[in-house]
Design a protein around this ligand. Structure first.
Ligand code: C2E
Ligand code: CA
Ligand code: CA
Length: 875
């Protein structure tokens, strides 16, 4: 409990201390108010204690304005006590004095509230009394407050029978309004730093001298020298003009004080008017005082406004000065006669100007002469002058000045109304360089320095103006074959280097007017201009192809790649850039499908073909998912044993609507999309699984695509298929074509050696159709050569075919390799091949490919029918 009361006490203490004004303020207020009140009342004994000027109210008002609202009640109580004390001191009646004190103190409270309201509404951090509107609001508030207080006070006195209402009210209003209007600004001007600035300490003496002059003149006037009275007012006006609001209030005070003193002591012109009673005298005196206020206050108001405006201008000036001096551009202003008005530091820096050219009044001509002499303006004096001043041009405009040191200065002029002009000077060297760089980067390929796809298209849209036949041109889309492989095996750095070299070769092969671009990845393009006929484009493509097929030196290694080219011709295939590029790319696509290192012209059907190709790809993907593939097997007869030595597994697609699809229709697409990987893996696993179920003896031959050597892990896949099926590796024969050997030969060789090491056999398929480099036969570990069907077909008809077959068989024999002749369809072919020493025969004559379930049957039939007497059992 005790603690609670203590906490409660402390709360009260903090409330009281927060509301209490500082002791010094309270004391000054109390004493000031008391003295002012007692003084005013002491002068008014014969006038029923109605003061002619009530100064005490002003003191209380300033106390309110300069302290927080929380302290107002305390100030109010102090003022009421001081008021009462003063009234009692001069012999007032206590009840009447209490009413008067309440009315007196309510007055400044009303003004303070009104002014606080005004300040809040303006929401502006403006010092009190510092603007005209402020003063007007203040004056209105004073009159209103005085009227309210007078109504209450006079009513009170009238009820008590102390004084008549009307005359008391009238004098009260004037006395209090004037008192507030003189004292509050006066005190404020001394306590508010923002206002006090207007009267520097040097002016203090002036203020005193003026006050003495006015006070002295007034004293003289009231003690006999009446004409001097008229001197006081002009001096008051002068004083206000020179010293502002503080001067005005001090001057008004110097006029008011003697007037009141002498009048109320019965001397001076006002008291001397014979038929005036005391009330009329006070009214006259008040009129006189009002005249002083009216004379000084408007001047003070105007001055305050002007000062506020000047301060704002000074501030703005300081801001714009700082801005001008710190701006990154040079700035100068010239008048209509081309004389410098002003300029900033940067302007002088930009041109290294001597001081005399940066001072006001210096001539533009001198500036121009200096620039021409320094070699900054190569167009000569007159042109330079015009460029700098924008002579005769009333519109804003820009010019550039190329400086002798390589800088570029951009001058932007804005004419002024009076014929002069201002100009900004900006060093745009870096900016221009950056935008050039950006434009370059946006239109060029960083790696090769060639233009990029977007820029190429743009060039195509604006055909070269030179040459009469510019509408006849060709677009060559060039794809680097096997680039991905080089990139994957040799790394990005060498891949990039290869592209760089391709780019520079293309640049070399291009002639004047041709445009070379890198469209992205391994795709380049050439715009071949000024073509005479279609053959020109073909010849050019062949030339490009040959150039790119030359060996490349990459980090000490020699690399061979080829390029495939698609050609679109204008105006034959179209005229639009986008259309032609698309068509050349379609042609490239087709050319790639035909195999590497070739070129193709665009043909109208290609679009549709591509479309079909896309559909096929989607279908293939689904087919892999749905298991729509089957393996067919074609028997291969061994001529030595006269038995089926092996079966070649040939893939078939059981298409849901098209029925059985031959591999020629989908293998190329599967290779192009990489779908050959899952498809080939499936074929390998399926072939091994089925062969493992056959009677021991016959091998199974599985075809491999070159793509399987490039991507995916072939060795692991083969091992896994063998392991899963438990097929002995020796019963697996892999068939590869020469195109496999064209790739990264070392890697392919290593893979083949590993496969051989597993015990798997390897056949070279379709021999004679590709490059047929005989060196392959010695470098790679083949154990069988398959002679292509085309030679067998013509065996009886063309001597050349027979010769090739004979040579191949002889070579294979010498190298210890077995031979299979493909596509044997007749007994005649078989006889020739047997006579020439071919070891194995494959073809419709032996048997067409058939589904796997027929293999066992066939083996049984064959062993019974064909070789009844021979020993080796196959079933
Ligand atoms: P290939 O490896 O040369 O296969 C032999 C092709 O010749 C087979 O065509 C076969 O049906 C056909 N053929 C065999 N004997 C004769 C004959 O006496 N006369 C004629 N006119 N044709 C004969 P198929 O099955 O259409 O296969 C075509 C090609 O598809 C194959 O050529 C092979 O390169 C590829 N291929 C087939 N299956 C696969 C596979 O599982 N994987 C891969 N990568 N390629 C495969
Ligand atoms: Ca084959
Ligand atoms: Ca073949």
């Amino acid at each position: 409990m005790a603690e609670e009361t203590q906490a409660g006490d402390q709360k009260w203490i903090s409330v009281i201390t927060a509301a209490a004004p500082p002791l010094s303020t309270a004391l000054i207020l109390f004493l000031g108010y008391f003295v002012a009140a007692a003084f005013a009342l002491s002068l008014t004994a014969q006038a029923g204690y109605i003061a002619s000027v009530w100064l005490a109210g002003g003191i209380l008002l300033v106390a309110f304005l300069r302290s927080s609202v929380a302290t107002w009640p305390v100030l109010l109580v102090l003022a009421v006590i001081a008021d009462l004390a003063a009234s009692l001191l001069v012999g007032g009646e206590p009840i009447a004095a209490l009413g008067v004190a309440v009315a007196d103190t309510a007055e400044p409270l009303i003004v303070a509230a009104a002014m606080g309201l005004y300040r809040d509404r303006r929401a502006e951090n403006m010092p009190w009394f510092a603007s005209g509107r402020w003063m007007i609001w203040f004056a209105l508030a004073c009159i209103l407050a005085a009227a309210v207080a007078a109504s209450f006070g006079s009513g009170w006195l009238a009820i008590l029978g102390e004084a008549p209402f009307a005359s008391t009210w009238q004098t009260w209003v004037v006395a209090d309004a004037v008192g507030l209007m003189i004292v509050a600004p006066l005190l404020f001007s001394w306590t508010e730093p923002a206002l006090r600035q207007t009267v520097s300490s040097a002016r203090m003496w002036e203020m005193m001298a003026f006050s003495c002059l006015i006070g002295g003149t007034s004293c003289f006037a009231f003690t006999g020298g009446l004409p001097l009275l008229f001197l006081a007012f002009p001096v008051l006006a002068l004083m206000t003009l020179r010293l502002g609001l503080p001067g005005a209030t001090a001057g008004a005070f110097a006029i008011a004080a003697p007037a009141m003193w002498f009048t109320l002591h019965g001397t001076g012109p006002i008291s001397g008017v014979p038929h005036f009673d005391w009330l009329e005298r006070i009214q006259f005196l008040q009129l006189y005082l009002l005249a002083a206020v009216v004379c000084a206050l408007p001047i003070a108001i105007v001055l305050a406004q002007r000062e506020a405006l000047a301060a704002r201008l000074r501030q703005q000036g300081a801001i714009s000065n700082a801005a001008v001096e710190n701006m990154t551009q040079g700035l100068c202003a010239f008048d209509a006669t081309n004389r410098l008005i002003t300029c900033n530091r940067r302007y002088a820096e930009l041109y290294g100007l001597p001081e005399e050219l940066t001072t006001a009044g210096s001539l533009l001509a001198d500036f121009v002469a200096l620039q021409v002499a320094a070699g900054n303006c190569r167009d000569g004096l007159e042109r330079c002058h015009a460029a700098c001043s924008g002579e005769g041009n009333s519109e804003p405009g820009s010019t550039e000045l190329a400086m002798h040191d390589g800088r570029l200065i951009e001058i932007h002029r804005t004419p002024l109304e009076d014929g002069g002009w201002i100009a900004t000077h900006e060093d745009v060297t870096e900016q221009r360089r950056a935008s050039r760089q950006i434009a370059y980067l946006a239109s060029h390929d960083e790696l090769t320095g060639l233009i990029n796809r977007a820029a190429f298209r743009e060039r195509l849209q604006t055909p070269p103006a030179s040459g009469g036949r510019s509408e006849d041109f060709a677009i060559h889309s060039i794809g680097v074959d096997r680039f991905k492989e080089v990139h994957d095996t040799l790394g990005q750095a060498l891949g990039d280097e290869l592209l760089r070299q391709v780019g520079s070769r293309l640049r070399k092969v291009a002639r004047d007017g041709d445009v070379v671009a890198r469209l992205g990845g391994d795709e380049f393009a050439i715009f071949q201009c000024c073509m005479e006929k279609r053959e020109d484009a073909g010849a050019f493509a062949a030339q490009v192809s040959e150039m790119l097929a030359q060996p490349y030196q990459l980090d000490g290694q020699e690399i061979m790649v080829s390029a495939t080219i698609g050609i679109a011709l204008a105006p034959l295939d179209g005229t639009g850039a986008v259309e032609l590029m698309k068509k050349s790319e379609l042609a490239l696509h087709r050319a790639k499908a035909d195999g590497p290192a070739g070129f193709r012209f665009f043909e109208p059907g290609m679009d549709a073909q591509l479309q079909t190709r896309r559909v096929l790809e989607a279908e293939l993907r689904a087919a892999i998912q749905n298991g729509e593939f089957e393996l067919y097997y074609q028997p291969i007869l061994n001529l030595e044993t006269n038995s089926i030595g092996s079966f070649e597994a040939l893939i078939r697609w059981r298409h849901p609507t098209r029925g059985l699809v031959e591999p020629a229709h989908f293998i190329p697409a599967a290779e192009a999309t990489g779908l050959i990987l899952p498809m080939g893996e499936w074929a390998m696993r399926q072939a091994c699984r089925e062969a493992a179920a056959w009677p021991p003896g016959p091998k199974v031959a599985v075809n491999l695509s070159p793509v399987q050597f490039q991507k995916g892990n072939l060795i692991a896949m083969v091992m896994s298929a063998l392991a899963a099926s438990e097929l002995p590796p020796a019963r697996l024969q892999l068939e590869i074509t020469e195109s496999v050997l064209l790739g990264n030969t070392d890697a392919v060789r290593a893979a083949l050696v590993q496969l051989r090491a597993l015990g798997v056999g390897i056949s070279l398929d379709d021999f004679g159709t590709g490059y047929s480099s005989l060196s392959y036969l010695s470098t790679f570990p083949f154990d069988r050569i398959k002679i292509d069907r085309c030679f067998v077909r013509d065996l009886c008809a063309r001597d050349a075919s027979l010769a090739i077959v004979q040579a191949t068989l002889e070579l294979a024999n010498k190298l210890g390799m077995a031979t299979t002749a493909e596509g044997v369809e007749t007994a005649e072919q078989l006889a020739i091949l047997r006579a020439e020493g071919c070891t194995d025969i494959q073809g419709y004559y032996i048997g067409r490919p058939f589904p796997g379930r027929g293999v066992v049957d066939m083996l049984r039939r064959h062993s019974l029918a064909e070789r009844p007497g021979r020993g080796r059992a196959t079933g």
